[in-house]
Unconditional design. Structure first.
Length: 231
């Protein structure tokens, strides 16, 4: 139990005015230890090496959630060094035209872990692209060098990206989930929290193709083979 500044026994710092402002009863807290305590910032820096902050998701009026699976098919490239065409991509649009303040947008990518005790060699990143031309909005991207923000590959299953959208503006972005040296399928959840209205959809990255039957013959005059072979 914390025994430093602002602990329940610290009657010097817990003034009546401060207790009233924070609705805190230090006398009752002496007898109820629920793991929640008050501490000053300097003591926090002195006695703790890491601090994890959580926010209230309800502060963001426009949350969106997408669950998706990234299969690993035979013959599929393990790396995306040359093209991002095989990576999951998402079209994100933020409408802040009616807002008088900067809109805050948090993007949270979470990888589902089915074997928490296994060695984690899945290094993932989240890249963001901002289409320059109007025709490119909502379309798939293929080259990492065009990214507005290149993500850092980490083996943490949680990835966060923050975007700020200025007032009286609209923002279109393409989000690309990338993984180094893929060796199997993965499932993810993509959550976007924003203070202004947004739309979020997955982009179809597969190339369009058509097929048609061909009716032909293979006569003896065209048996194939090397031209020098005579056959």
């Amino acid at each position: 139990r914390w025994k430093g500044h602002f602990c329940p026994e610290d009657t010097a710092r817990w003034t009546p005015e401060l207790k009233a402002a924070l609705n805190y009863d230090n006398k009752r807290a002496k007898w109820v230890d629920n793991g929640v305590f008050w501490i000053d910032w300097q003591s926090l820096l002195a006695f703790f090496s890491k601090v994890h902050f959580n926010w209230n998701p309800h502060l963001f009026r426009q949350p969106h959630t997408l669950h998706f699976h990234w299969p690993f098919l035979p013959g599929q490239a393990r790396k995306d060094s040359y093209t991002l065409g095989g990576c999951p991509q998402f079209d994100l649009r933020v409408n802040n035209r009616g807002g008088g303040e900067t809109a805050s947008c948090w993007i949270h990518l979470s990888k589902h872990s089915f074997q928490p005790t296994a060695e984690n060699n899945d290094y993932i990143a989240l890249h963001t692209f901002r289409p320059v031309e109007k025709e490119a909005v909502g379309k798939p991207v293929f080259y990492l060098e065009h990214a507005e923000r290149k993500g850092v590959y980490i083996n943490n299953p949680q990835v966060f990206v923050r975007m700020d959208i200025p007032p009286q503006a609209e923002h279109a972005a393409v989000l690309v989930v990338s993984q180094q040296d893929r060796h199997g399928p993965n499932s993810f959840t993509l959550r976007v929290y924003c203070t202004q209205p947004i739309t979020l959809r997955q982009i179809q990255t597969q190339m369009a193709h058509e097929s048609a039957p061909l009716v032909a013959t293979w006569p003896t005059a065209l048996p194939g083979g090397a031209a020098a072979g005579g056959g």
